[in-house]
Design a binder for this molecule. Structure first.
Ligand SMILES: NC(=O)c1ccc[n+]([C@@H]2O[C@H](COP(=O)([O-])OP(=O)(O)OC[C@H]3O[C@@H](n4cnc5c(N)ncnc54)[C@H](OP(=O)(O)O)[C@@H]3O)[C@@H](O)[C@H]2O)c1
Length: 341
């Protein structure tokens, strides 16, 4: 009898600009064995996240790049198929950094268990996982919105931006979202109940953003960079705070990228308006603040004050195309691949 094969997606080549399907390769590999002291995992859901674009480049960053021929990096929700580790048994649902694959032998550090009765397991990759915590930490620990202030966030229908705006409202601030296209804008205004929303694809985007922020901007949660930052910059108030979370519009840029050099205008505003710009990677805050995040956001979901949306595609083989779409705004909600049922 032939052994069932596992599948994985590796980085076939490094992209030059936006990734293409040729940069990925699906491989069949033997089913991994249960490692001594570890777990054998079956991936149920794979998270696709913008940071993965950075891992495809051989550039110095806060994390090591994926090597050509290596499995694409990524976090997933998994079922434990077999366990040789105390505290874990077959059938448990866990979060693990397995990468883009169907099965994994896990001998790494302890894994967070998910309780399917407490929340849908997919939320462990979105609103109750890394993106949600990123929103919570960046907004509350760096942005520090006060009641009555104006908070602006782009990619506002996605897992980070949607929570930033809703948490800003819970803090008594006014939430202004920026999103791409009419459907996402309607969702941000009507479902997520932001106070205003502006379509960054509109030709008069900068003027519309200014009109949506009549008292200027006190906290700008930066997810995008480029043209959105250009429109935000003149609207920032004195002592505004800018948690720099992501620059998705720039991730596939070659060299300096297209568009004007915003550095002189940025530095002038930093000086003359006493701005605080603070970059961060979510995990720097995790040890101290993750439990409070889970408590706050779980309670918000339970009583309906916090809403979220997921965009689930079936089949590991579709991960490259869905990921490429994510970088262009084709996802509508937290991008997930259902790898197995
Ligand atoms: N620092 C950290 O620890 C950390 C952790 C997680 C995420 N992040 C960052 O947070 C940001 C949001 O992540 P997410 O997971 O919530 O992503 P997401 O919203 O699910 O997806 C990315 C969204 O970015 C928007 N976008 C893409 N290109 C754009 C452009 N040129 N101009 C304006 N908007 C553009 C698109 O939405 P529209 O269609 O609405 O434009 C797209 O749907 C990313 O920059 C990511 O890298 C940082």
């Amino acid at each position: 009898m032939t052994e069932p094969a596992a599948r994985q997606i590796v980085l076939a080549s490094r992209p030059k600009g936006p990734p293409t399907l040729q940069n990925f390769r699906m491989e069949e590999v033997p089913m991994p064995a249960l490692p001594p002291g570890g777990l054998l995992l079956r991936v149920l859901y794979l998270s696709l996240d913008p940071y993965m674009r950075g891992r495809m480049d051989d550039a110095k960053s806060y994390a090591k790049p994926v090597g050509v021929g290596e499995v694409m990096t990524g976090e997933s929700v998994c079922e434990v198929l077999a366990s040789d580790r105390p505290g874990f048994s077959a059938g448990d649902i866990v979060l693990a950094h397995t990468g883009w694959r169907t099965h994994a032998a896990w001998s790494g550090p302890a894994l967070r268990k998910l309780d399917p009765k407490a929340a849908p397991i997919t939320t462990g990759l979105g609103v109750l996982g890394m993106p949600g915590f990123t929103a919570y930490a960046g907004l509350y620990l760096i942005g520090k919105p006060k009641a009555g202030e104006t908070v602006v966030v782009a990619a506002a229908s996605g897992p980070v931006g949607s929570l930033v705006g809703q948490l800003a409202k819970l803090a008594g601030a006014r939430a202004v979202g920026i999103a791409g296209g009419a459907d996402k804008c309607r969702y941000v205004a009507e479902e997520l109940r932001f106070d205003a929303v502006v379509d960054h694809r509109a030709p008069d985007f900068a003027a519309k953003l200014a009109a949506a922020c009549p008292k200027g901007i006190d906290v700008y949660f930066e997810n995008v960079g480029s043209a959105v930052w250009q429109a935000v910059l003149p609207l920032l108030n004195t002592f505004a705070r800018v948690p720099v979370c992501g620059l998705i519009a720039q991730y596939s840029a070659i060299g300096q990228g297209a568009g004007p050099n915003l550095l002189p205008a940025t530095m002038r505003a930093v000086l003359t308006k006493s701005l605080t710009l603070r970059g961060f990677i979510n995990y720097e805050f995790a040890a101290e603040h993750y439990p409070a995040f889970l408590k706050t956001v779980s309670a918000g979901i339970a009583d309906g004050r916090i809403r979220y949306r997921e965009d689930i595609t079936d089949g590991l083989e579709n991960a490259p195309a869905v990921f490429m779409g994510l970088l262009e705004g084709k996802n509508f909600g937290k991008a997930l691949i259902r790898v197995a049922h």
